[in-house]
Design a protein around this ligand. Sequence first.
Ligand code: X90
Length: 273
Amino acid sequence: MIKLVLDSSADLTEMEGIPFSFAPLKIVTQEEQFIDDADLDVKAMAEHLYNYRGRSTTSCPNPEDWLAAFGDGEEILCITITSGISGTYNSARIAKQQYEEAFPHRKVELVDSLSAGPEIALMAEKAREWILEGRTLKQIAADLKSYRTELLFALESLQNFANNGRVSKLAAKTAGVLGIRAVGRASDHGTLELLEKVRGESRTLSALIKLLEEKGYRGGKARITHCGNPSAAEQLAMLIKERFAGAAVTVADCRGLCAYYAERGGMLLGFEA
Ligand code: X90
């Protein structure tokens, strides 16, 4: 059976019924290094970061990490975090080359999600269905390109993005003001696109519902992930179900990488468009 391989930005540590693995990214402070694997205590990491005043950064999996995740898969579908703000995809490309050179009868199909978190999880769930259905590797990679999904986010702070040069300092400033959330989406190039600054939780939720509609959500699958904000996430899930008939909404915690960038209170919303 085709093996599905992701990186830890998808917030998935297991997938039922198919061969599965993921390559962890790392979150690094001057005091500690957190490997975003299934053993990471995300709450403890978030606590450490919240009280930490020094420099911190992240790093993508290196090709060896990817090779370890590929394992001995004969046919591998590998979906990565956006190449627009991470070296993860490029590193997977190098690993694919090495893997296919070392094992000429094996094949890796790489897909750049141009997104992160719950949008990747939706793509992964769809790929899992198709793997179980018996579609070919090539077919699945092609079909994923026409599977329409989107990612919205509402973040209370863009500090870690700005500190790591992944959004402008100016954008980060406006979102850093207490009570203001930066609401935006993953752009078509896989970068952060800021759409609105919103004050307060209920306005944030309304803004997300309005954007969902604008971006073509019609009550399919939606997945919310959050960093330490279960009440807002559950409320958003409820509003979506009230507003859109047939909505299938799941809520989950961010794992390490997404928790680092989404920061405390942050919410991500992936959905079928
Ligand atoms: O070190 C690395 O290679 C990782 C670099 C950046 C990863 C960004 C993670 C994003 C987490 C935050 C909000 C939504 C972002 C939209 C993506 C285009 C989620």
